[in-house]
Design a protein. Structure first.
Length: 318
């Protein structure tokens, strides 16, 4: 049997927290093992089969105004096998006490992620940088109301089949940095309210001129003493009309960011090595080479410098 889900939950809120599975994935197909530590239970679900649906959150029709005990109880996702999932809708919606998700997932079969993480108001740690998104068609409200999330790295997302970006980051009020370097937004896509009035959003990396043009009118207006920055390193020249729209909303274009760090690491030991920076800082990551042994040559750039860069362990948190 293999682990299909491992997570922590508050057992005083929900003593038997199980995700909703697709109807064919019945209880006789999996086993549950619990480790109880006071009010927190670490639950491991194992199976020889894989579900096409795992949902901890609430769908819109269930409850619109407040979280249930089920969604409130979830604290942390430690492991999930998502290789057969097809629908991510409301997967963690209203999981307001969920703080961390290990997201080294196989998302190659998922098509929809409507409300996937919406109203995850305590979520501070999520890595979606290497998701396979070529089948995604709808990311409506995927991160809406993720109020403490600071950065999102989606540079490797294939967005060519997505037709609904509406409210994707709406009211995610603490996001400062978005890396959407390779996003393609089709002409018929709905992008209404995709960003919203996120006052802290200051850095966006994007190398696709048409995408910059489409989002330019959606960006929050910034002041002359605190300009926003579009980091652009594409091969085409940005149209002056796009630059004028950005400037009118308090955004500038930077085509030559500073190299913060360049290093090699063994991805067979750790799949996504990024140093620890000062709080809220995220450099823009680019992998220049991955050799046959899994050694990655990675560089990190930004338009401003971090106050520290740490690869090692801090004695206070070891």
């Amino acid at each position: 049997m293999g682990v299909i889900a491992k997570y922590k939950f508050n057992n005083t809120l929900e003593a038997n927290l199980l995700p909703e599975f697709n109807s064919e994935f019945t209880s006789d197909l999996y086993t549950v093992t619990d480790e109880v530590n006071g009010e927190v239970t670490t639950r491991t679900i194992e199976s020889d089969s894989l579900p096409t649906l795992m949902r901890f959150g609430q769908v819109w029709e269930e409850e619109e105004t407040r979280a249930s005990n089920k969604s409130r109880a979830l604290l942390e996702i430690l492991d999930m096998d998502t290789s057969e999932l097809t629908i991510g809708d409301s997967m963690f919606r209203y999981c307001i006490n969920l703080t961390s998700i290990v997201c080294n997932w196989n998302t190659s079969n998922i098509t929809q992620t409507t409300d996937m993480f919406s109203i995850c108001q305590s979520l501070v740690n999520i890595d979606v940088s290497n998701w396979e998104t070529s089948k995604f068609t709808n990311i409506y409200k995927i991160f809406q109301d993720c109020n403490v999330l600071r950065t999102l790295d989606m540079r490797n997302w294939n967005t060519s089949n997505i037709t609904n970006f509406s409210r994707a980051f709406y009211s995610a009020d603490n996001i400062t940095t978005l890396d959407i370097s390779n996003w393609v937004i089709s002409d018929n896509a709905d992008i209404s309210g995709a960003i919203g009035d996120n006052a802290l959003l200051k850095y966006i990396k994007c190398d696709i001129p048409n995408t910059i043009q489409k989002i330019s009118s959606l960006l929050p207006t910034r002041t002359s003493d605190n300009l926003g920055v579009i980091i652009y390193q594409g091969t085409e020249t940005l149209p002056q009309e796009t630059i004028d729209t950005l400037n009118s909303r308090g955004w500038t274009v930077n085509t030559n960011p500073t190299l913060i760090a360049k290093y090699k690491y063994d991805s067979k030991i750790y799949k996504n090595t990024i140093p620890e920076f000062n709080e809220g800082y995220m450099g823009f990551v680019e992998d220049e080479e991955v050799d046959e042994n899994g050694v990655v040559t990675r560089k990190i750039e930004h338009v401003e410098l971090s106050t520290y860069v740490r690869f090692g362990y801090n004695d206070t948190i070891r």
